[in-house]
Design a binder for this molecule. Structure first.
Ligand code: FPP
Ligand code: MG
Length: 330
């Protein structure tokens, strides 16, 4: 059993129910949209966000309470998964990324306008389901995270123009573009369970820490070959994104080395081979190891937030999910 399967095991039944509901909720009558939706569904990701919603829901419910509130939990999980799916459809257009999960991205197959519209459709449809079923508190909570996601992307895009990255701006970007939706995932499970305000806040903070670690790991994996990750290798540098592995090297570089790297980066669109020197600087300058250490601090913080919960298979699954995120290869 892979470790992700082991993490899912205590809630296999809920996951099966959830998958059935998502397929029925997101059906479209339009042939054009159906083709793209079917493709997106067939290239679905690891499902970490909906998994978190279901695990934290189970963490705060007895079997009996779970049966009464499962539907609320599935709606929250679906909204979060669909916001994530739509954001990636749009992100691949923004980043001009042609590969996702080892397959051509939707805009590579159907062109940008169709990929953007498919993302819009997924958002509209999932909101419409959430509102029709009257889950206003869940919809309201998740919508705040979506605002932050867009804000994070704007911030990242303006930074890639200016090339003046600092540690605090980097952390702000990854908090907004990634951590906040992962934090909303773990909080949503608690909300669906009717947990106390304190538990909801604790779960938000747990997911925020996990989300920070998730994005730092993503930024580390960007330096791995495409065959391992299913994404273009070193795409961040080619897109002029200064992420933690490069940032840690820049922080310790001499002024002349710093100037050289920024100058190579600023001209990378005209001269893609500039990437080679920058990648070597990251690999030889310990950028990956330093970023890994920062990521581990967030993992430790996330795990410590579970310390007040009694031992159970669900708590073990959440702890194992923390390690899975740190150790994942794609
Ligand atoms: C992936 O980052 C992208 C995100 C985490 C967020 C993208 C958000 C938007 C495009 C804003 C629009 C939002 C909605 C809800 C439509 P990355 O490019 O660093 O990671 P990658 O390597 O997986 O592409
Ligand atoms: Mg991207």
């Amino acid at each position: 059993m892979t470790s992700l399967n082991r993490i899912k095991a205590p809630i296999n039944e809920q996951i099966a129910q959830y998958d059935k509901k998502v397929s029925s909720w997101l059906k479209s009558d339009s042939g054009a949209i159906t083709n793209i939706l079917t493709y997106i569904h067939s290239t679905r990701g690891k499902g970490i966000r909906p998994l978190l919603v279901m695990l934290t829901h189970s963490l705060h419910t007895t079997q009996e309470q779970r049966e009464l509130t499962n539907d609320r939990c599935y709606i929250g999980a679906m909204l979060i998964e669909m916001i994530h799916t739509a954001s990636l459809l749009h992100d691949d257009v923004v980043d001009e990324a042609y590969v996702r999960r080892g397959k051509p991205s939707a805009h590579a197959l159907w062109r940008s306008h169709n990929a953007v519209l498919a993302g819009d459709y997924i958002l509209a449809k999932s909101y419409s389901v959430g509102l029709k079923l009257g889950e206003y508190d869940i919809v309201r909570y998740i919508t705040q995270a979506m605002e932050e996601l867009c804000d994070g992307e704007f911030l990242q895009s303006s930074q890639s123009e200016k090339l003046k990255m600092t540690r605090s701006i980097y952390l702000d970007i990854i908090y907004k573009k990634t951590a906040t939706l992962i934090g909303a995932s773990s909080a949503t499970g608690a909300i669906a369970a009717g947990a106390t305000k304190e538990s909801i806040e604790l779960m938000k903070s747990f997911g925020d820490n996990l989300g920070m670690a998730f994005q730092i790991k993503d930024d580390i994996l960007d330096f791995e070959p495409t065959k391992n990750t299913g994404k273009s290798n070193c795409a961040d540098i080619r897109e002029r994104k200064i992420t933690l592995p490069l940032l840690t090297v820049l922080e310790e570089a001499t002024p002349s080395e710093h100037k050289k790297i920024i100058s190579l980066l600023s001209n990378i669109r005209n001269k893609p081979s500039n990437a080679n020197y920058i990648i070597d600087s990251v690999m030889n300058g310990g950028g990956i190891e330093k970023a890994y250490d920062v990521m581990q601090q967030y993992i430790t913080a996330a795990k410590s937030q579970l310390s007040g919960y009694a031992d159970s298979p669900i708590k073990s699954a959440l702890l194992e999910l923390c390690d899975y995120i740190a150790d994942r290869k794609k």
